[in-house]
Design a protein around this ligand. Structure first.
Ligand code: NAP
Length: 276
């Protein structure tokens, strides 16, 4: 019977750890949303809820769906100049044709809640995890806080984006794990996945991780969030739950941790700005 690695209890622990440090300090974060998207609005509601619990103001800046890259960048810059805003996140998705890298580069690095600014991605390469992207951080922390050390582990990471895969590789290297990255051009991914101690899957395709890609010793961290028939599911086919050693569920796994880690990043931002 596989161990289920829940994220909800871990998220509560993190909230306890950061609550006293954050509340009553007059901190404010800004979330920039371009257009109205179900995905972005779900994340906004989570932030508003957490903000209330932690005594942090969450300001939502909504731009029209047809805002140009220049307009989005100008909005991000003007938020960055405000002393009363201590952290900024630009919600995905942004309009097609807009360069996300250019948009996040307009956030002052010390206000970069999502760890997407090139400065913070670069700091991570040097081993500084203070402003690591929350999803990548959640993927390792859900294991560590469930008592699983990554030291010496062979890890397969199915994703190579700056949001998940690339920062995750650095977090794994920092923990003396041995990561292998799998993407759409990788030949024979099943062989790599089956040979890994830990499989991190963030593809965005329900049922991607099948029984022939795992073993009895696999630990599966399912980062995928997909909606099928109005239900949220991950990237792992439920048939693997009968085979593997441990897995993170969807919902209730990695996703439950990301908001907690975003607020922990706010704490790091405020410290970097010298306001707490
Ligand atoms: P993305 O930009 O679409 O990237 C998907 C990645 O998966 C790419 O690197 C892609 O490879 C790889 N991939 C796709 N199909 C593959 C296949 N058949 N074989 C091997 N690799 C394949 O998505 P993303 O923004 O990184 O997010 C990925 C998933 O994580 C989504 O389900 C998203 O909802 C979820 N997510 C969850 C959280 C959370 O809090 N839990 C946060 C963010 C994202 P190529 O680079 O070769 O195209």
């Amino acid at each position: 019977m596989a161990d289920v690695l829940w994220g909800k209890t871990v998220a509560k622990d993190i909230r306890r750890e950061i609550r006293d440090k954050l509340s009553g300090k007059g901190l404010r974060m800004a979330a920039v949303v371009v257009g109205i998207h179900g995905d972005a609005m779900t994340y906004i509601h989570q932030k508003l809820r957490w903000g209330k619990k932690l005594g942090v103001e969450v300001e939502v800046d909504t731009l029209p769906g047809d805002a140009s890259e220049g307009e989005i960048i100008a909005e991000v810059r003007s938020l960055g100049e405000r002393d009363d805003i201590h952290g900024i996140i630009v919600e995905r998705p942004i309009p097609p044709g807009t360069d996300y890298a250019r948009v996040v580069a307009a956030i002052p690095p010390e206000k970069d809640l999502d760890g997407m600014h090139p400065h913070n991605q670069g700091r991570l390469v040097y081993g500084d995890e203070a402003l690591a992207p929350p999803t990548a951080m959640a993927s390792v922390e859900i294991l560590e806080r469930n008592g699983i050390s990554l030291e010496g582990m062979r890890c397969a990471v199915v994703n190579r984006t700056p949001v998940v895969g690339r920062p995750l590789v650095n977090l794994l290297l920092n923990r003396n794990a041995t990561p292998t990255v799998v993407h759409t051009r990788t030949g024979n991914p099943a062989e790599i996945l089956k040979g890994a101690d830990v499989i991190f899957v963030a593809v965005g395709a329900p049922g991607f991780l099948r029984a022939d890609m795992v073993s009895r010793d696999s630990i599966v961290v399912d980062v995928g969030i997909n909606v099928v028939d109005d239900r949220v599911v991950g990237d792992a086919d439920p048939e693997i739950y009968e085979i593997v050693k441990a897995y993170t569920p969807v919902p209730g796994g990695v996703g439950s941790l990301t908001t907690a880690l975003l607020f922990r990043n706010l704490l790091h931002c405020a410290t970097l700005q010298g306001v707490i």
